[in-house]
Ligand binder design. Structure first.
Ligand code: SF4
Length: 460
């Protein structure tokens, strides 16, 4: 699934072939948010969706007022928007915002108009879609002055300054990228894309504008979202399928679009060619950088379990997945808490000829009060063990093991013993408190591989 989170399908560019445009998108499983940027166009979007929804069920609307028209803004229209946004298809207020690049309206009028809509979004508790060009400082000032803490998106983000993106991330916004990321000269924008955490990323076409490079000069349309998705997946080093799932989920979360299947807690979840198995949310650590402190949604999956799975659950759910080369025990907790289940599931997949990897905090022996390594031999091919610090004091400060400061030496002992029969990689998360080079040295001394991991929620 892909989600075109912003386009303008009521413009005259689409009058002659809107059904074909929607069919092409629907064939590729693309969901669409159609944006209004005047009162008139916002009404047209709602009518279009009413007319087409029985054939194309995944169409949504936003109602907005473009900053270009701020010189003509009449505060009386706010009451009409208050009515419009109660329509079931409307998921956000926008696009609204500031544009000092073209200055079609005076900045003072733009600010007043934007504030009026911001007030409406707070009163009606509806997310916003922001159009922003060359006016970052003023926009941030207005958000802060109004104590804006609702959610929303900076659509078609085009600033080449990653610091601005970080300011919006800090304030809870999603950042949406359009076809410009595919342009040959857009290296700086692609650098900004690298900095955006996956959980805050949206994609859009902004059709009929900004056709991606492969269709440059032509009218853009939602089915071309795949070019932007492909480029961003390449930048983020993930598959297009993963990028599509992640950005679609982000879109549904920010605009409160319900989809029970997408939001359901996941026991088995696929990333690239690996099938991950989420055995438990229980953990002996409370790491400062643990993803679950910020969000339970990782790589487009909800990993917060309602109930811990049993063997039958895992076998049944894994049979829905195809084309995976390995299974990985990894979720929002420490898998060795469920040692017997882990062994039984590993044996099942080994029997199918799959490679089996275990991601662990290395405290399995203390958790199970015995040496578990002989039990894992022949079942686990690879282990990623989180080292996370260069000494026991630092480890306890960052990871806060329930077993106290001595847990660090237990982990080193676990690494030493397990590396005799299992291929082991020690990992550290790249955070300023940790001395990466000292950790690398420890892994060299233990004769195991070493990998530095990026913090999943960096910049938030
Ligand atoms: S060991 Fe892993 S799951 Fe446990 S708290 Fe640390 S990061 Fe989270």
């Amino acid at each position: 699934m892909l989600f075109d989170s912003h386009c303008h399908l009521t413009l005259k560019d689409f009058h002659h072939d809107i059904d074909d445009v929607l069919k092409r998108a629907s064939k590729k499983n693309i969901r669409i948010i159609i944006s209004g940027d005047t009162l008139e166009s916002s009404k047209e979007v709602i009518s279009l969706i009413k007319e087409k929804k029985h054939i194309f069920p995944h169409l949504y609307a936003t109602s907005g007022y473009h900053p270009y028209y701020s010189d003509d803004f009449d505060p009386a229209v706010i009451s009409q928007y208050r009515t419009l946004i109660k329509e079931s298809s409307v998921v956000a207020l926008g696009e609204i915002g500031l544009d000092y690049y073209r200055e079609n309206s005076l900045p003072e009028n733009q600010k007043k108009t934007f504030q009026a809509f911001l007030k409406l979004s707070i009163e009606e508790d509806i997310p916003i879609v922001i159009h922003l060009r060359d006016a970052e400082d003023d926009l941030i000032n207005i958000l802060d002055k109004n104590g804006y803490s609702h959610k929303g998106t900076i659509h078609c983000f085009s600033s080449e300054n990653p610091d601005f993106a970080k300011e919006f991330l800090k304030r809870g916004f999603m950042i949406s990228f359009a076809g410009q990321v595919t342009f040959p000269k857009a290296d700086s924008l692609r650098e900004v894309v690298k900095e955006i955490p996956l959980n805050r990323l949206l994609i859009e076409t902004d059709a009929p504008y900004l056709a991606p490079q492969a269709r440059r000069g032509k009218r853009n349309e939602p089915s071309y979202i795949e070019y932007t998705a492909k480029k961003i997946a390449e930048i983020k080093d993930i598959s297009v399928e993963d990028l599509g799932r992640i950005t679609s989920l982000n879109t549904m979360r920010v605009y409160r679009i319900n989809d029970d299947k997408a939001f359901m807690p996941k026991i088995c979840y696929k990333i690239k060619n690996s099938l991950y198995i989420n055995l438990t949310n229980k953990c002996s650590n409370d790491c400062d950088f643990c993803v679950k402190k910020k969000d339970n949604f990782i790589y487009g999956y909800n990993l917060k379990l309602k109930n811990e799975p049993d063997y039958e659950d895992i076998i049944r759910l894994s049979s829905d997945e195809e084309d995976f080369d390995e299974i990985v025990f990894c979720g929002l907790g420490e898998p060795t808490y469920r040692l017997d289940l882990l062994k039984k599931v590993a044996a099942y997949f080994k029997g199918m000829g799959k490679k089996v990897r275990l991601n662990t905090n290395g405290q399995g022996n203390i958790i199970n009060k015995k040496n578990i390594i002989p039990e894992l031999e022949g079942l686990i091919d690879e282990m990623s063990i989180s080292l996370n610090a260069e000494n026991k004091e630092k480890y306890q400060e960052i990871c806060k093991s329930v077993y106290g400061i001595e847990s660090y030496s237990d982990i080193l002992d676990f690494v030493e013993k397990s590396s005799k029969s299992i291929s082991v990689t020690l990992t550290v998360v790249k955070i300023p408190e940790v001395n990466i080079e000292k950790c690398r040295k420890i892994s060299q001394n233990l004769g195991v591989s070493f990998r530095v991991r990026e913090e999943y929620f960096k910049n938030i």
